[in-house]
Write a protein that binds this ligand. Structure first.
Ligand code: HEM
Length: 240
């Protein structure tokens, strides 16, 4: 039993996280041309807008909530006057709002990918697996928020801190309910898959866009009427 817990909650997480770090580095160096979100906006705009805005708003806040709530030990929340009951109440309230947004957004994006003929024709199996994986991971997390109500602060949270500080303690996961284990393991698997998918774009947050020097676009200086902007075309529009 001890061995299985070590394999699942120590070896597997490090396998996924190593693939995540090394894979992103390798792909950035070797495949920078394809390092992008593979936007499909030019194929279909309307449902992408709703799905993408709701999904991205929800998922980015969910990430921040996970980082703050799980990686910062409870003793620091206590110092700030937030006891574990209040911490969990805040986590459930905000988790429900942002998790629901991410889940609905991901479902909208998946539906668009499976039903819009143009998006379907240009998309790949990898795109569908990525969105399907997100729906599964977020759905499992949402299930825990709504039905789980398990105190993760003494088990799951110290386990994940042990992983990131290289002091893993797999046995901390023994008491954790199955639905939480499914959420954690599927999220780790998705992190391991990330370098092979369009999820690489997460690391290219366009922060410098806001401080970069403006790019000036100018019209071509006005030409006398009758003179073509495209000299290789005759005024009639036929190629000369
Ligand atoms: C950090 C900030 C992020 C930025 C600036 C960003 C930006 C973008 C952009 C520009 C697109 C292309 C949308 C289009 O087709 O025009 C996109 C698509 C996508 N993003 Fe993000 N993203 C971010 C974070 C994330 C995160 C955290 C996830 C999930 C973990 C994610 C998952 C996706 C997915 C799955 C798509 C594809 C949607 C589809 O076309 O079906 N993004 N993102």
């Amino acid at each position: 039993m001890e061995l299985i817990y070590n394999l699942v909650f120590t070896v597997f997480p490090y396998l996924c996280l190593t693939t995540f770090v090394v894979g992103h580095g390798y792909r950035y160096v070797t495949d920078r041309y394809n390092w992008n979100a593979r936007s499909s906006e030019f194929l279909e705009k309307k449902s992408l807008f709703y799905g993408s805005v709701v999904f991205h708003g929800g998922i980015v806040l969910t990430f921040l909530g996970h980082a703050g709530g799980l990686l910062i030990p409870q003793k620091y929340f206590d110092l700030a006057g937030i006891d574990s009951q209040s911490h969990l109440a805040i986590a459930y309230g905000t988790g429900l709002a942002v998790g629901l947004a991410a889940f609905i957004g991901a479902l909208l994006l998946l539906r668009r990918r499976l039903t819009d003929p143009r998006v379907q024709a240009a998309g790949t199996l990898n795109d569908t697996i990525t969105l399907g994986g997100l729906v599964f991971v977020i759905g499992a997390g949402l299930y825990n928020v709504v039905f789980g109500h398990y105190n993760v602060l003494d088990t799951l949270a110290p386990w994940i801190r042990g992983i990131v500080t290289f002091t893993p303690q797999a046995t901390l996961m023994r008491e954790v309910p199955l639905s939480y284990k499914v959420h954690v393991l599927s999220a780790l698997a998705l992190l391991g898959f990330s370098p092979f998918s369009r999820l690489v774009h997460i690391w290219s947050v366009p922060i410098f866009y806001f401080i970069r020097r403006p790019i000036v676009f100018r019209r071509h200086p006005a030409r006398p009427s009758g003179v073509s902007n495209m000299p290789y075309l005759k005024p009639s529009g036929k190629e000369g």
